[in-house]
Design a protein around this ligand. Structure first.
Ligand code: FES
Length: 172
């Protein structure tokens, strides 16, 4: 007997008339295929709200999270803007910071590579003798980040239209 995919079950449930509505099929909560689909098609592509700017009032305030498996840090920079970066050290891929807090700079707990609030590598202990190493060539990859009505959104999709354009009809 063939089984309907979780997506097919969900679409069938969504197609029912409102007066005959049913809860989502249990498979959408348990299927690893459905989870993969959500990660690739929603969390890997859409604008995702990750917090409110009022939660990062001071320069250096930050929050962290994983989005579709990508560790990300969102931080208030020295120009009072909000930026998002990969939260992975460019040296040996250690996680830079965890949870929430405030930092003057981001210091990797592993070998103390130090990044400014703009993501630029500022210091790399023990690398001075490495031929050709130039810290100016290292910057944490930026993640697209926009604010809308104070809400902070990020997306992993570099080709996605801006959040502002997508929500323009709500602000008229
Ligand atoms: S892994 Fe970050 S400094 Fe080495």
């Amino acid at each position: 007997m063939s089984q309907a995919s979780p997506l097919a079950e969900l679409l069938a449930a969504a197609a029912r008339p409102m007066v005959d509505a049913r809860a989502m099929p249990p498979s959408v909560y348990t299927s690893t295929d459905f989870l993969d689909l959500e990660l690739s098609e929603i969390f890997g592509k859409e604008w995702v709200c990750v917090g409110h700017a009022s939660g990062l009032p001071n320069v250096g305030d930050y929050l962290t999270f994983d989005l579709a498996g990508q560790p990300i840090v969102v931080i208030r920079d020295r120009e009072q803007g909000i930026r998002a970066f990969s939260n992975v050290c460019l040296h040996r891929m250690s996680t830079l910071v965890e949870g929430t807090g405030n930092k003057r700079v981001l210091v990797c707990p592993y070998h103390a590579w130090t990044y400014g609030l703009d993501g630029q590598l500022r210091g790399a202990p023990f690398m001075a003798e490495t031929t050709g190493f130039c810290k100016e060539n290292y910057k944490l990859p930026a993640i697209r980040c926009e604010e809308w009505k104070g809400w902070i959104y990020v997306t992993l999709d570099n080709d996605r239209p801006s959040l502002a354009s997508g929500l323009a009809s709500l602000t008229r």
